[in-house]
Design a protein around this ligand. Sequence first.
Ligand code: BGC
Length: 388
Amino acid sequence: MSTHTASFFWGTSTSAYQIEGGNTNCDWWRYERAENTHAVEVCGDACDSWNRYEEDLDILVGLGLNAFRLSVEWARIEPEHGVFSRDALEHYRRVLEACHARGVTAVVTLHHFTLPLWVADAGGFESPHIVSWMATYAREVSASLGDLIGVACTINEPNIVAIMGYLIGLFPPQVTSWDRFVAVNQTMRACHIAMRDELKAGPGDFPVGLPLSMQEYEAVPGFEDELNSFREEMEDKYLLALRGEDYVGVQCYTKLIVGPNGVVTDPDGEVTDMGYLYWPQCVDYTVRRAIALSGAPIIVTENGIGTADDTQRIRYLDEALRGVRGLLDDGLDVRGYFQWSLLDNFEWTFGYRPRFGLVEVDRLTFRRTPKPSAQWFADAVRDFFTTA
Ligand code: BGC
């Protein structure tokens, strides 16, 4: 049996844009309404969690979980350059206080995919000012919320922002350039350091880390070099730069094949509603790789499956948690597991079709209905450290 029992974080992950609703002042809101984008529908009211966060937290606590990962929205906090919204910051203080009141550790992400319009319009991650803008934003979050933060994440999946926004062109600003992708990745690492230093300098004493998108990769024989150079940009440069950090957040969903057609999903395997290969073994694989390269403690800050078939979700989570158990049994420093996601929510360009939630959300009434997987997860977490 592991000794981690009491301190291990068991939670679910969410992000502001995907659940709050009404985040009108950011690049995604505009992107969903523009011509010639890849968005299939608008985010709109999302899950109305801006108003229903207490209900969400009650569900989480009812499942026996001790941690909640959420993000705060930069576009609400700093709606104009240098103008900070007391209303927004007070709202987020209430959310974090609601976590505390329930004994839930608040894992707070400062940037999860969206940029305020004023930042996007001034060049976004290619602006020469982006590092200082993000540092200033982090300073404000730290000063206003730091005493209530349990764990901080600076930038969610900077490598996904870079690849989707600057290499493949599926996210704003829809650029397709290897060089710009590489440059944005580099800028992201500078942003992380600047934000981390601001968070460390402010009130509160909490671990600060970066949640990285990682996948298991496999090369078609003869394409090993392609795999290595792609993965070097997506993962290795980040993980090596994160040596000595408080923790690295691992976020993993699947396995990808690198071959003559680029990076693809295995066409012969079982696929999920995201078109991803069903591959819960990725947790074991990616955590070991993250530790090998970074040497840092790990929190699995996201793992889950987009599927309308809740029995497939249970099967996936069961296998993923076996992976976590194997890691702990091998003595690896894994400090938590966050399932993505508490609620069925807005899945970016895919809209509301992929269902990642343990809890269904009625799109008209916002009524929350836990699925069988919610109870399954609660039972699995309750018994995790007491069963072999
Ligand atoms: C992102 C989430 C997203 C999830 C499922 C992660 O890449 O952080 O925002 O919803 O994967 O696709």
